[in-house]
Design a protein around this ligand. Structure first.
Ligand code: 26V
Length: 810
């Protein structure tokens, strides 16, 4: 990239301010400056984007396409500046012009086209692909509304639509000439041709246009710019003679029609409580995969003068969870119906192109679709899935007698439902889990029959996070300090962070780490004060749990502990404890009643604890509303403790655990997901592990033997907390929080909150003691940063590239 100095950048900003906005700097708003700066960066990016595309067109390279219903990319201005090597210059230029860089960056609305870890992982992977010079692109949907905006009103979550496109989005380019047509519904007609083969014709289908919007994905200081292509659903405008719509009746019909089509890219996660809602989600999935596969094949034909039978030599497609797994029958459809392939030839190509990542073993999250809905919406796709299923089941029946009894657990279509994970496994050459323990559970439990069938497909790829966004950009003070200590090589090779170990006992040096953390805590404390009006003690332990709200993640265990601490302080107001600030950020799915109750409980406890004079600044509870990528970037650099307390076996990997470790927080966690791999590296002495193991949890699920009520009856601390809930001590109305109470005592505490309560308390006591010994604590913190390089997504993407994708750097 061309190197701009602070002065030339300032001049450029001033010049563009006049030419684009007609304003001088003293009249300019933050928004003006945001757009002007974005446009300057865009000019840089577009050159390199063009060059990268040209390089890829020479046909030499195999390319990977990452298909995902979610891309949680967050804001792009700072990360684009960083990757273009302009971040420091830009910050300086902005300050000299009288603007606070953070104010300018926060003019950008977060692109929240995802829910949580799965969507953020996709974004981190794109960043790493580009930064490692890999030819790899994302395909997703340009939802007009991303994940809802969360407000907390009287302690309750209220959801508002997230209209992130209200202002022009400077990073996207509409590419109409790449639009494709997608067909839904209709009838399939079959003809026998002279040579005996079959021909399929679709009639009376509903046609939708998919128009791509491209977002550049900028590599870190390497001139590579890949593409995230997001599809938007539009009406196909027919040209009827003079182009005027004839009758008003038709006009209103057309408006309805237009509305129903635009719904396809309307919302991330449409409400699926009705049949129509479910069908809409299925439409979205097919819309994504059909447009992407058509586009991938078009480019294959343009760039490689090879027959489609050799597609797998140049194309590999990663499907991010089962949501895009209709790509498998879609490729089969095009190869057979449009390109004249036989079933066997099409299958041979398809099963060498797709690789599938599983992100959860929770049964309620494993997708299935009603056979009837699939048949109606996607008749030809349904026929193909049916055939895949027939052939697959026959194969088991004849070649795997040992699995005959399990056939209904393996079949792609069973009991009137299409099982998407099974389709994905059968149609892919690779199936991976996202952390070691998760992959082992897939192999030994959830997918053991498939593992018997296809042991060669299964492999592990432990998740990672981009250290560029999560350390360099989010925590520049820490990044600078690290560079001062060990030099700048770690930026390109994050594993070199390990050199920090040598200094973890150097007390003058670790003091500097302490200072950085303290400054970051001050910034967060200010944010909290500004947004909630609550003063928190910067010297208190910042204990952070930020993630989707779900029972298995056990925010409830956390808040129960807070209630317990509060009770202790009320009983002994003069107790000498290390001050604690418990920070939460979490969105609950709009229809997830219990999750919303937990949010309400956290906020209610906060409203009592934060204003009780007996507690006197020793305990604060902070719920930060609308948790998203940008808020995570503010919280993570300030965290002392990273709460990763899922019921063991439930959290596939977790990635927040990695982000906080990289920023020097110590993990308080169960032996679950990637916590185990953090533990492998830093050991018991540098983190706080507690609670049931995955084996113990799975044993209880299988054989019983756990009785929550016994713990309630024997542990006074537990009884007191639960009774407080039940008796309405925290509720305005007496009925509040009873559902939580009943879930634990009458549904036998399905996530073992009570069982892990005492070990969790003990772990907290250890934390309190450790925090008092500053040198030991700082040593632990630096040790965590030192080992965190292993969790850079550069490492993860490199493993996907060599072991699954077989792609090379360009
Ligand atoms: C989705 C749903 C939707 C219906 C209600 C219950 C439920 C429960 C879980 C999910 C999660 C779906 C997949 C997902 O987001 N998995 C996350 O993927 C991350 C990246 O691999 C991983 O770090 C997290 O552990 C995993 O939960």
């Amino acid at each position: 990239m061309t190197q701009l100095t602070v002065d030339t950048l300032k001049q450029e900003i001033l010049r563009k301010l006049i030419s684009d906005k007609g304003r001088e700097v003293k009249e300019a708003t933050s928004k003006d400056i945001y757009y002007v700066l974005a446009s300057i960066v865009n000019e840089e990016i577009k050159q390199q984007w063009f060059q990268t595309r040209k390089n890829y067109r020479d046909g030499k390279n195999k390319e990977v396409y990452y298909l995902s219903m979610e891309f949680l990319i967050g804001r792009m201005l700072a990360s684009n500046l960083l990757n273009c090597g302009m971040l420091d210059t830009a910050k300086e230029a902005l300050r000299e012009l009288g603007f606070e860089p953070e104010d300018i960056f926060s003019e950008e609305h977060d692109a929240a086209l995802g829910n949580g870890g799965l969507g953020r992982l996709a974004a981190c992977f794109l960043d790493s692909l580009a930064s490692l010079n890999f030819p790899g692109h994302g395909y997703g949907i340009r939802y007009r509304y991303g994940l809802f905006e969360q407000r907390i009103i009287h302690g309750n979550q209220v959801e508002l639509p997230d209209y992130w496109l209200k202002n022009p989005y400077p990073w996207e380019t509409r590419n109409e000439e790449e639009a494709v047509v997608i067909q839904f519904h209709g009838d399939v007609h079959m003809f026998k041709k002279n040579d005996g083969s079959l021909e399929f014709e679709y009639r009376n289908t509903d046609k939708v246009m998919a128009v791509p919007y491209d977002i550049p994905i900028v590599g870190y200081e390497n001139d590579t710019v890949n593409t995230l292509r997001l599809w938007s659903a539009e009406v196909i405008h027919q040209n009827n003679g003079d182009g005027l719509l004839e009758a008003s009746k038709e006009y209103y019909h057309d408006l309805d029609h237009q509305h129903s089509i635009e719904q396809i890219s309307g919302f991330l996660y449409p409400d699926d409580s009705s049949y129509e809602g479910k069908e809409l989600r299925l439409k979205q999935q097919y819309f994504l995969v059909s447009s992407s596969i058509q586009n991938i094949l078009k480019h294959f034909k343009q760039n490689h003068h090879l027959p489609l039978s050799r597609l797998a030599e140049k194309v590999v497609i990663q499907i991010n969870d089962t949501h895009p797994s209709l790509a498998i029958p879609e490729l089969m459809r095009i190869l057979m119906d449009d390109e004249g392939f036989s079933w066997d030839n099409a299958w041979a190509v398809t099963t060498n192109v797709f690789a599938y990542t599983n992100h959860t073993t929770l049964s309620e999250a494993l997708e299935t679709w009603s056979e009837e809905m699939m048949q109606n919406l996607l008749p030809r796709i349904y026929m193909i899935i049916d055939e895949i299923n027939e052939r697959f089941c026959k194969g088991i029946w004849f070649d795997h007698e040992e699995l005959r009894d399990s056939i209904s657990e393996l079949a792609v279509i069973a009991h009137g439902r299409v099982h998407m994970a099974r389709l994905a496994i059968v149609g892919s050459f690779s199936v991976n889990g996202v952390a070691r323990i998760h992959t082992e559970i897939l192999k030994k439990k959830e997918m053991r029959n498939f593992y018997t069938l296809y042991p060669e497909k299964f492999n592990n790829k432990t998740n990672g996070i981009t250290h560029r966004r999560w350390l360099l950009q989010a925590n520049p003070k820490l990044a600078d300090l690290i560079t001062d200590v060990i030099g700048p090589q770690w930026v390109k090779r994050p594993k070199q962070l390990i050199s920090l170990l040598k200094y973890s006992n150097d007390s003058a040096l670790v003091d500097k780490f302490d200072q950085v953390k303290h400054e970051n805590k001050k910034v967060l404390a200010n944010y909290i004060h500004q947004h909630l009006g609550i003063t928190v003690d910067e010297r208190s332990i910042f204990d952070v749990q930020i993630k989707r709200l779900h029972e298995y993640k056990r925010q409830l265990l956390n808040i129960f502990h807070v209630i317990y601490l509060y009770n202790e302080l009320k009983d002994n107001p003069n107790q000498d404890i290390t001050p604690r600030t418990f920070i939460f950020g979490a969105k609950a799915a709009p229809s997830y009643h219990l999750a919303k109750e937990v949010i309400k409980l956290i906020n209610t406890v906060a409203s009592i604890v934060n204003y009780d004079p007996d507690v006197r600044d020793r305990l604060k509870v902070i719920f930060l509303e609308n948790y998203n990528v940008s808020l995570a970037e503010k919280i993570i650099p300030a965290a002392d403790i990273s709460e990763q307390i899922s019921t063991a076996s439930k959290e596939a990997s977790g990635t927040g655990n990695m982000k906080m470790m990289m920023n020097g927080a110590l993990t308080l966690g169960t032996m679950d997901g990637a916590n185990i791999e953090i533990h492998d590296l830093v050991g018991d002495q540098n983190m706080f592990i507690f609670g049931l193991t995955a084996d113990e949890v799975l044993h209880y699920y299988q054989h019983g033997g756990y009785h929550a009520r016994d713990l309630y009856n024997t542990d006074d601390r537990i009884k007191r907390v639960l009774d407080q809930l039940n008796q309405g001590e925290f509720g305005v109305h007496n009925i509040e929080f009873k559902d939580i109470y009943y879930n634990i005592l009458y549904h036998n505490d399905p996530y073992f909150v009570l069982k892990d309560f005492e070990p969790y308390l003990e772990a907290h006591e250890l934390i309190e003691r450790a925090y008092r010994n500053r040198n030991t604590w700082l040593n632990m913190s630096v040790t965590n940063i030192a080992y965190s390089g292993k969790f850079s997504s550069d490492q993860t993407v490199q493993e996907y590239a060599t072991e699954i994708w077989k792609i090379k750097k360009v």
